[in-house]
Design a protein around this ligand. Structure first.
Ligand code: HEC
Length: 124
């Protein structure tokens, strides 16, 4: 009888340990992916790549051009994406960019900061 109880205890502990590990690790993984990857937001949820390429103007100015102008002017891309700051790159095309604010205004501060950091990394 003692042996059976001991065996049950060992099994219970062993299965507890196995179950605890994956549930501890998974959410952490997901959060860090969302929090740090401005690149993933830019091409994914933000749909920014539809209009912005790294070095070439398509519908919108290139990321490199935007980054250069924001660095020179010490501008805030975060504020721009919240529609709290005026356009400084190509105001004549502002209406087109405005259609994307529906997406960026729903983003968290951390997501907007990640997008800003990603874009500024293209400044030469
Ligand atoms: C429908 C096309 C389109 C999409 C999608 C788009 N943009 Fe733009 N974007 C533009 C155009 C056109 C301009 C130039 C007008 C302007 O400067 O405001 C622009 C300008 C910008 C600027 C410079 C603003 C300034 O000060 O003039 C930033 C920063 C920017 N976009 C970031 C983004 C980010 C980040 C995303 C994705 C979340 C995005 N854009 C998605 C078309 C788009």
């Amino acid at each position: 009888m003692k042996k059976i109880i001991l065996l049950l205890l060992v099994i219970t502990f062993a299965s507890c340990k196995k179950e605890a590990e994956p549930t501890e690790n998974l959410p952490q993984h997901d959060e860090s992916a969302v929090a740090v990857s401005g690149e993933a937001l830019f091409s994914g949820k933000g749909t920014c790549t539809a209009c912005h390429l790294p070095d070439q103007k398509v519908i919108g100015p290139s990321i490199a051009e935007i980054a250069k102008i924001y660095k020179e002017n010490n501008g805030s891309i975060v504020a721009f994406l919240k529609e709290e700051a005026e356009p400084i790159v190509d105001p004549s095309q502002y209406e087109t960019m405005k259609t994307n604010f529906a997406i960026t205004k729903k983003m968290s501060e951390a997501e907007l900061k990640a997008l800003e950091a990603y874009m500024l990394s293209f400044a030469k």
